[in-house]
Design a binder for this molecule. Sequence first.
Ligand code: G2I
Length: 365
Amino acid sequence: MSWFNEGPRPGKVLASAIGSTAAAVLVLAGTAAPDAHAASGTLGTAAAGSGRYFGTAVAAGKLGDSVYSTLLDREFNMITPENEMKWDTTEPSRGNFNFGPADRIVNHASAHGQRMRGHTLVWHSQLPGWVSSITDANTLRSVMDKHIITEMNHYKGKVYAWDVVNEAFADGGSGQHRSSVFQNVLGNGFIEEAFRTARAADPAAKLCYNDYNIENWSDAKTQGVYNMVRDFKARGVPVDCVGFQSHFGAGGPPVGFRTTLSNFASLGVDVQVTELDIAQASPTAYANTVKACMNVARCTGMTVWGIRDSDSWRTGENPLLFDAAGSKKPAYEAVLSALGGQTANGTTPQVRDSSGGAGQHWTLR
Ligand code: G2I
């Protein structure tokens, strides 16, 4: 897979944008309740300050590593299983379900007050051969629906949001669905079928479409996903959220990332950053990503794709917030600051942006 490698966004000039309400906020921030600031000293609590979550991908096999689990439980209040809820693990042969590895993560989350994102129900990758070799549409439809229903039933009440369909769109300029057994055997309707089945299986769960390289507004892939979500909302197909994986190159997010998030949110869905990692973890690039989310009221949370660099799938790119020893990297402080939390030097750099309206949008310096 690939990701964007664009330059960082220019910083925003805020001084002239601060209105009277914001001034009041600034006064409060400067004078009141130091204890409240102290409580904002982790990523999760800082994000919670604006009603958002801050999560990470977790591997079940690492939960016994005390450095790993200490960071997990101190910093993160949302968990996405990195591989354990994927089809090759959960239904390795037809009708034989294995939830053991994912259960370990879900149990950990319950014990530590963390919420779960379910990842993922229908994806062309990490798909067992018995599924990808199905050629009959009725068979594949019933296999897909049974997989969705069984996995969602198993985790009913324990998973806040599901990536119902992952990475269904093609890279490049087509804006169309990618080739997959689901697309090739069931046709364009397979995504709608999956979402309708998921809603019936667990009406309380948020249902998300998740993809990568859809962060840049003008890209054909972004437009393809946007048109699908718009069509779903218009026809009453149940979709609640769109996940932007955000596997970025060293420059961080494309300049228009906030626009993309905002445009999707305007369709009536929540948006989330679901798999964030950035080559070399520039603090500016990380801060720009967090700010893009903080500036969109319906951007409800962010998840990084692993805790320490040594946990990352991007070997050698050091793209995460903690080094291999578990120490905070400069990007950590940049993210904490952008979330509105207290940084190591004790500052709380939170200001209200006049473009936010109704106190729901935030810009941070
Ligand atoms: O590829 C990065 C991510 C892109 N979006 C969807 C995510 O689900 C995906 O995550 C990665 C995991 O981080 C990797 O850990 O998905 C990869 C597979 O597509 C995962 O890698 C696999 C290896 O390919 C397997 O060899 C290995 O057995 O991880 C497996 C478990 O360690």
